[in-house]
Structures are given as C-alpha cells and as structure tokens.
Write a protein that binds this ligand. Structure first.
Ligand code: MF3
Ligand code: CO
Ligand code: CO
Length: 289
C-alpha cells in the first residue's frame, strides 16, 4: 500500500509470509480454505476464560510493542514484523496467518482502509492513521484486539476520530449486560457516532471468539434491531470492534480479496477488544497486565 499521486493508498509489495517455529501449535484452519464449523454457545468455563485471557494478553502486548514502533518512515510490513516477533516469542501463533488464506501476522489498515489491510512496503507519513489488528492463538484459544495509532502529529479531525472511535467501543462494551440483546451494543455505538456525523461501518462486525477465531455469533456496530437479538449471557465472550469513518459507511474491496476501503476514501478508525460478560458487568480479556 504505497500512495498514489492523490495521496490515496495503492497495493504495494509484500514480504513473504513470516515463519512460525514448528514448536508452536497452529490453529486447525491453517492450510484449509475455511475453518471448521464452531459448535458451542459462545460461553466459556472459568478455566477456558483463563486461556482466552492468556492469548488476549499476548495480542495486547504485541500492540504495545507496535505502539513503540509507529513513527513516520516505518513500513506496515515492519509493524507486522514487530507484532509477529512478539507473538511467537510468547509461544503463541498469530491467528491471521493462513486464516482463509490471509498472508500476514496482523492486519495493518492505513487511512481510508477500513480493515483487513495487508502489511507491505507502504511507508507511513506524518499525519497518517494506522490500525493494527492482532489475534494470538495459545493452548487452543484466541484473543483478538486492535488499536488505531497516530503517525507523528495528526490533524485535529483525525485525532478526534481516533479518540471517539475508542470511546464508541467502550460505550458499546459497557452496554453489554446479561439479559439484553446483542443489538444494544451497536445501538449505543451508532447513537454516539451520529453526534459527530461519522459513518458507522455495517458489513464488518464483532464476533464470538474463543476456541474459534470467528464463532458465527455476530455483533453489529450499528442499530440492527430487531435483527441480531441473541441474548447476552454471563460467561459469553465476543469482540466489539467498531469502524467509524469521516464520510460514508460504504466500502470497496481491492482485488487482493482482503483490503477494504471507504468508497469515498474518507478516513476511518477502529478499536477492538475481546470482552467477557459477567453477571454484573464485563471484563476486557485483551489487556496487557
Ligand atoms: N482480527 C480480525 C477481526 O477482528 C480478523 C482478521 S481476519 C484476516 O476479526 F484474515 F483478515 F486476518
Ligand atoms: Co475481531
Ligand atoms: Co481483530
């Protein structure tokens, strides 16, 4: 994803997929066209939650390491290398590598890229925005998280988009309480985003996560009511990962089959946590300590 004459991203040159030591266990989908179907109810025992938490801690630590590396002049491939090295140094597998053929250990989504950007030789410039999404797989469980970073000093518009996207995620998470339908999450996120006139991406969603990367449970980030009325229960684990834009929620996909951009090339930010639901609240499973 270098930049064209207008400053918009174009596909770049990708490094070879990174190696994972054979001592690290691979998720079952690696080498398959699609993952095996998940059978389960998206709730986990406390022992299983500890395994998701351990995976999530590694994914979060990888994002801490990426944060140290983000600066003007760095490539998205280098950010991916940092994430990859951190994940494997902690004995985990980077879940995106080989997931439905995805060729890298993280997704790096710059400026108008909504999600699923492929790390390449794109050199980040002062004022850019980059989202890095890392999922770690350890002892049979995944933890999935992403953050949007400022490259050097950014415009106030970009600064606020990043801040408010994080706030939107947290408001959605706080609304997730047992007995409510999952569509409460997107209702809260969309209501908040609309205050600022932001676009709310609809076609890429949060999801159940745990023993599978994507369990089939869908968590919309817009007001989908009365659809997506699965009831939130204690012990449930899923992601909340809103993508907000400075323009449209409509999107295009590159011929690489992955990279998703805003149709109007407006800037877009995202944050993601893997969340555990308790009787009386929630816990973030993708935190570093
Ligand atoms: N981590 C992303 C998510 O939040 C999924 C990326 S799938 C990939 O669900 F194949 F694009 F890496
Ligand atoms: Co996710
Ligand atoms: Co993710």
């Amino acid at each position: 994803m270098p930049f064209d004459a207008h400053g918009f991203l174009i596909p770049g040159t990708r490094p070879a997929p990174r190696a994972v030591p054979t001592s690290i266990a691979r998720p079952p989908y690696v080498g398959l066209a699609a993952p095996p179907a998940y059978v389960g109810d998206n709730t986990y025992t406390s022992a299983e939650v500890e395994l998701i938490r351990a995976a999530g801690r590694i994914a979060s630590g990888a994002l801490d390491a990426v944060a140290e590396a983000v600066r003007p002049g760095v490539t998205t491939a280098e950010l991916d290398r940092v994430a990859h090295e951190y994940v494997i140094a902690h004995g985990a597998y980077p879940s995106t590598l080989g997931y439905r053929g995805f060729p890298a250990s993280s997704c790096t989504s710059v400026n108008e890229v909504i999600c699923h950007g492929i790390p390449d030789n794109t050199v980040l410039r002062e004022g850019d925005l980059v989202n890095v999404d890392v999922t770690a797989y350890l002892d049979g469980f995944h933890g999935d998280t992403n953050r949007s970073y400022r490259v050097g000093v950014v415009s106030e518009e970009v600064d606020q988009l990043i801040e408010r996207t994080h706030e939107a995620m947290m408001r959605g998470i706080r609304a997730a309480k047992p007995g409510r339908a999952v569509n409460v999450i997107g209702r809260v996120i969309e209501t908040y985003a609309k205050r600022f006139g932001y676009g709310v991406v609809r076609d890429f969603t949060g999801h159940g996560v745990g023993s599978s990367f994507h369990t089939g449970l869908i968590i919309p980030h817009y007001d989908s009511s009365p659809a997506y009325s699965d009831v939130i229960r204690p012990g449930m684990v899923f992601t909340v990962e809103p993508m907000l834009t400075l323009g449209t929620h409509e999107w295009d996909q590159w011929e690489d089959g992955w990279t998703v951009t805003t149709r109007d090339r407006s800037l877009t930010a995202q944050f993601e946590h893997t969340v555990l639901i308790h009787e009386d609240g929630f816990e973030l499973l993708t935190v570093s300590e």
